[in-house]
Write a protein that binds this ligand. Structure first.
Ligand code: F6R
Length: 650
């Protein structure tokens, strides 16, 4: 199993004692592998029941988490003859009110991802009904509960987990004895649903959900969580006390619950965060560095002031046995971190580069910065981008997607009216242009919240972002022939949910790499984001690298990963830290300001109320602060990178 740097990660611990975990946990390298495992377990159970001539009852979840399980089940149906004729399903929940055919309905979700593609009998499908008059809901919920019992109870229940700790829509405060009922959604849950509804006002306040007690009746429960945004709630659910404030923690009492995670969602578990507290470790250099950084942060002491007592008192005596001399260990880790800091991200010409993150030669490098959305380049690595240009490298930037869903309608309307009025004033308005502009203006003025944009509006929105990206790149100093817009097709669905990566997407990336033959490539390494745009954009780059691996120039091509808008690399992972002065940080802010459509309140702000420039500055300041706390030099801010060593050119 390879991690982000292409290193072997399985066998991270020699012995796993898991003393902190109160439920069985299985961690997979990525969401796809984990989902395959769950899908195979379900398929096995379906087939076993088929052999016995029995029905099997599945409890199903929606949301981003189970999608790959459903994809795998559909694949098994099509390619391996897995039949669903003996399958009865009960879905966990549905928004209320919610017409079945609405884009956001769980009814539609289940049909799109699973039911329409397999041979399940329609009468065996049960999904809470979001269309009932409110006065009928209570009786309906009682019936739903009874139907589950009549079907013989749920054999296998799939669960995701919300960031509130909800399972189904059982939000914090739900009773352990709760059954199917109408509930109010938590603020955070509604916030997370904005991505599907377009705006918070459109997200329903209520839902119908199976209760905790209904879920508990299942014989086997798989709770799945993928992505770093789930890491802290997973730790609370798995290692914390059983509590109403984290409904998923009730599962600790269930005799047959399995927690299925990818590495990102497992990140906060003690066995990952501080494995030395859990068992005997296989002390690799990276793990030693992680332990020393952890100890320094835990004790609040700079690395060079750590003593053998600190190591012994914090569960690291075993490391001291391996290392013999804590003093030299401190110095070694200090030097390792010190050497990650460089003001020369493209390498320092004519310098000894033995201990520098980048090669000195060639002094001037060809560079491609891949930016998944049109603003990730300046948000995530604006300071480094500027340095690369200032230091004379031949820098290209490639915007991988158009970013066209993240523009407000009122901005698009302003541009449509602008075009109409401009043509009028220039007396250049043709009949066909007038018809076109008026169509767009009419659409935008009368658009319903759940309506998809017409293609012309998507084009305008894409062009708005394109102009902003160009302005940002020009501000940093690029010529227009070094600014590339790939408009990768997988993104062009018009909604938050994207199509899978296609050959055409990979070709676009491959061609650009071939054309530029870069020495350095920068890409958004958001491995934490299992379904999002960043992950797909990164997969396209990985695939292009694999295809081009035999090209002679590839031997000299290094891929540096920055993290997108949300999280930074952990300190022990960082291989290059590029510092910024207060002035450089201000310049970076100006480049981000070029993205006017994303200012104040972008359509998809995520779970953070700060603007993108604020998040970027806070994050870059936090990295500098962490380095300072460890006893290294003090800078205003820092951008951080990890080198991908998935190919053999490392
Ligand atoms: C969905 C459901 C919810 C989700 C949870 C996680 O049927 O009941 O509990 O499982 O909100 O959602 P995602 O998977 O989208 O992160």
């Amino acid at each position: 199993m390879n991690d982000v740097k292409g290193r072997i990660t399985s066998g991270y611990l020699k012995y796993e004692l898991k003393t902190f975990e109160k439920m069985p946990v299985r961690i997979w390298d990525d969401a796809r592998e984990a989902s395959r495992y769950v899908a195979q377990s379900i398929a096995l159970a379906i087939r076993q029941k088929q052999q016995d001539g029995e029905k099997i009852v599945l409890g199903l979840a929606t949301g981003s988490t189970p999608i790959k399980v459903y994809e795998e089940l559909v694949r098994m149906h099509k390619e391996e003859g897995l039949s669903f004729r003996n399958v009865v399903t009960f879905n966990l929940d549905e928004y209320y009110p919610m017409p079945k055919e609405a884009r956001q309905s769980y009814w539609r979700f289940m049909h799109e991802y699973l039911f329409d593609h397999v041979d399940i009998l329609p009468e065996n499908i049960h999904i809470p009904d979001g269309t009932l008059p409110i006065e009928e809901v209570a009786a309906y919920c009682e019936r739903y509960e009874k139907m589950i019992d009549l079907a013989g109870g749920i054999d296998i229940q799939l669960l995701g987990i919300g960031r509130t700790g909800h399972i189904g829509f059982n939000e914090p405060g739900s009773w352990e004895t709760s059954t199917t009922r109408m509930v109010r959604l938590d603020h955070l849950t509604r916030h997370d649903a904005i991505k599907d509804f377009g705006s918070e006002d459109e997200v329903p306040y209520r839902a119908i959900t199976m209760g905790i007690a209904s879920i508990f009746k299942a014989r086997i429960i798989y709770l799945m969580a993928f992505g770093q945004h789930k890491a802290s709630i997973i730790r609370e659910a798995v290692e914390g006390d059983i509590s109403h404030s984290v409904p998923a923690s009730f599962l600790q009492k269930h005799p047959n619950t399995r927690i299925i995670l990818d590495r990102s969602a497992a990140e906060d578990l003690t066995r990952m965060k501080a494995p030395w507290l859990v068992g005997i470790c296989n002390w690799t250099d990276d793990l030693i560095c992680k332990a020393v950084v952890w100890l320094s942060q835990k004790t609040g002491k700079p690395i060079l002031k750590l003593t053998d007592e600190d190591y012994n008192e914090h569960g690291l005596s075993e490391l001291l046995i391996e290392e013999a001399n804590y003093y030299e260990l401190n110095i070694r880790i200090f030097n390792r971190l010190q050497r990650t800091i460089t003001g020369w991200p493209g390498g320092k010409p004519n310098a000894d580069d033995t201990n520098r993150p980048e090669r000195a030669h060639p002094a001037s490098k060809r560079v491609i910065i891949f930016s998944p959305h049109p603003d990730d380049d300046v948000i995530s690595m604006g300071g480094t981008f500027q340095r690369l240009v200032d230091q004379g490298h031949d820098v290209h930037v490639a915007y991988q997607t158009s970013g066209n869903i993240a523009v407000h309608d009122h901005d698009a309307l302003r541009y449509a009216e602008f075009m109409l009025e401009f043509d009028q004033m220039q007396q250049a308005l043709t009949d066909s242009n007038r018809a076109l502009y008026e169509k767009v203006i009419h659409f935008l003025r009368h658009k319903r919240a759940d309506q998809l944009d017409i293609p012309e509006v998507r084009t305008i929105k894409g062009l708005i972002r394109r102009g902003e990206a160009r302005a940002g790149a020009r501000f940093v100093g690029l010529n227009d022939d070094h600014i590339h817009f790939l408009d990768m097709p997988f993104y062009e669905t018009g909604v938050a949910r994207k199509a899978p990566l296609s050959e055409a997407d990979i070709q676009l990336v491959t061609h650009l790499l071939e054309r530029v033959q870069p020495h350095q490539v920068y890409a958004a390494g958001d491995l934490a984001d299992p379904h999002g745009t960043h992950r797909v954009c990164l997969d396209a780059i990985f695939e292009a690298f694999r295809r081009l691996r035999e090209r002679p120039w590839m031997k000299d091509c290094w891929l540096w990963l920055y993290r997108g808008a949300w999280h930074e690399w952990a300190v022990h992972e960082i291989e290059m830290a590029v510092p910024m002065s207060p002035l450089q940080l201000r310049r970076k802010r100006q480049a981000i300001f070029m993205h006017q459509s994303q200012k104040d309140r972008p359509p998809f702000p995520g779970d953070d109320n700060r603007e993108f420039w604020q998040r970027a500055e806070d994050r870059n300041r936090a990295t500098a602060h962490t380095y300072r706390q460890l006893g290294l030099a003090e800078y205003e801010a820092m951008e951080a990178f990890v080198r991908w060593k998935g190919l053999d050119n490392a």
